[in-house]
Design a protein around this ligand. Structure first.
Ligand SMILES: Cc1cc2nc3c(=O)[nH]c(=O)nc-3n(C[C@H](O)[C@H](O)[C@H](O)COP(=O)(O)OP(=O)(O)OC[C@H]3O[C@@H](n4cnc5c(N)ncnc54)[C@H](O)[C@@H]3O)c2cc1C
Length: 439
């Protein structure tokens, strides 16, 4: 049986109680609303469930599973334009386009996501400073509303729904297909540099100097380092380049077969890992295949099971550049002083390329992504304290990775919510929506 958990396995849902409809191309129609509209269940699309929290969950309603919306519709190899159904994954797209030296305009850290999910969360990648978000490359899409209307949305048609659906967290209706532009590349390799840095100041310097000439930048940081070494880590930057050999598509062979014991990832094991990883011998210059460069975590299937049965919580915030030093110092000091450790901590500077999305998360500044094994109230308290810092410095938190922010914080992070509300389909909702906007 397919499970409909989110990637963080928190909050947990009972798969046996979750109502699911499978959506098939062109044949799907919504059931008639009941006479008493309050009894009509709400709908929400569920694609690959790679969101960490509850934006892809709808316990009280019906999930629309989009896995059968998996067809390519049109591919212009000359111009680099692709139209495909919304359930097609980035993995499938790469298999189609890489042989013709095209690439995804923007990709997150996993290729196991769908085009519909990429649009609804307006995903960003390591090239945000050069390219902005996925939504910027969307030419048009078809939106099915619960009243049966099929609307073509683009920057010139149904403009408001176009802007609301990009980053609209699946609340404006069901996206049937998407047309978007691709990126031309010289080949399937990446010219990569890895540089060790000893603290946050060195990170800022490296990041600022890399923005102009490097398409992709990102850093792993040791969130438990303190004092002069606060924020130390490894900085990675890369550009596309030619490959001598044809790229071979492989599926990952390693898999975590069951949930690991909950104590596996604790402050001591993470500290030991961080120490070894920071000190590992690095080859400063290397030429690597695009897959391990963009998707290192995809090499191990079900890696989320390492966090145990209780799952884990992500926290990704963005802080305006002018506050980056104070905010990052406060956050990392708070984390290293807590008894909790983030296993994967990632730092990256966003650029100022604006997305059309009304509710999109990325904005100019520094973004920090953390993940914590779920230790119940202790973890929730730590994330609430991180929220206090994010709010103090006028930052924001990413809904695609959230499972616990309060309604009050959300409305401060997303002042456009009031304007957005009018575009929500009356029969669409999610656990996230009910949490952040209970009324
Ligand atoms: C290892 C890993 C790394 C990641 N790295 C990044 C990163 O670098 N940057 C980043 O931005 N994100 C990142 N993410 C998050 C991920 O990219 C997003 O959560 C993405 O939206 C997941 O897509 P999905 O297909 O799994 O959609 P789901 O998680 O199933 O759904 C996500 C949202 O999209 C909506 N949706 C999906 N399909 C449709 C449709 N057809 N019509 C209407 N709404 C729809 C759902 O209702 C839901 O609200 C990462 C996730 C993982 C697991």
């Amino acid at each position: 049986m397919k499970n409909y958990q989110s990637w963080g396995h928190y909050p947990k849902i009972d798969d046996n109680k979750q109502d699911v409809y499978h959506v098939y191309p062109d044949s799907f129609s919504f059931p008639e609303p009941n006479d008493d509209a309050t009894d009509t269940p709400s709908f929400l699309a569920y694609a690959q469930g790679r969101s960490y929290g509850d934006v892809c969950q709808n316990k009280e309603g019906i999930l629309l599973d989009t896995q059968h919306l998996d067809h390519f519709i049109e591919y212009d190899r000359e111009k680099g334009i692709l139209r495909c159904e919304a359930g097609v994954t980035f993995e499938n797209i790469l298999q189609l386009i890489i042989p013709h030296n095209w690439f995804l305009p923007v990709t997150p850290g996993t290729k196991y996501i769908s085009v519909g999910g990429a649009l609804a969360n307006d995903v960003h990648g390591k090239n945000h400073h050069k390219a902005g978000t996925f939504g910027r490359y969307v030419i048009k899409f078809e939106l099915l509303r619960s009243n049966g209307e099929r609307l073509i949305c683009s920057p010139t048609e149904n403009i408001e729904l176009f802007n609301a659906t990009i980053g609209g967290l699946g609340l404006t209706g069901l996206i049937n297909w998407v047309e978007f532009s691709l990126k031309k590349i010289p080949g399937s390799n990446i010219e990569q540099e890895t540089i060790r840095f000893n603290n946050l100041q060195e990170f800022y310097r490296l990041s600022d100097e890399s923005d102009k000439d490097w398409e992709y930048t990102v850093a792993w940081i040791d969130c438990l380092a303190t004092g002069d070494e606060l924020g130390r880590g490894l900085f990675m930057r890369g550009n596309h380049c030619e490959a001598k050999k044809k790229h071979k598509f492989k599926t990952s062979k390693l898999s975590v077969p069951f949930n690991a014991p909950g104590f596996l990832l604790n402050k001591y094991t993470v500290n030991a890992f961080n120490h070894l990883y920071f000190k590992k011998p690095i080859k400063q210059y290397s030429k690597v295949d695009y897959d391990p460069f963009f998707y290192p975590l995809d090499a191990i299937e079900n890696w989320n099971r390492l966090y145990g049965k209780r799952g884990f919580m992500q926290y990704q915030c963005v802080i305006p550049k002018e506050h980056r030093e104070k905010a990052m110092t406060e956050m990392l000091t708070l984390i290293s002083a807590s008894s909790q450790a983030s296993f994967l901590s990632v730092l990256k500077e966003f650029g100022d390329i604006k997305s059309p999305g009304l509710l999109s998360f990325p904005r100019p500044g520094i973004t920090l992504a953390l993940d914590f094994p779920n230790r119940g109230q202790k973890t929730l308290d730590l994330l609430n304290e991180l929220d206090v810092i994010t709010l103090k410095f006028s930052g924001s938190v990413y809904p695609a990775k959230d499972a616990r922010m309060s309604a009050e914080s959300f409305t401060k992070y997303y002042p456009n919510w009031e304007e957005f509300k009018q575009y929500i389909d009356p029969y669409f909702s999610s656990d996230f929506r009910r949490r952040i906007s209970p009324k």
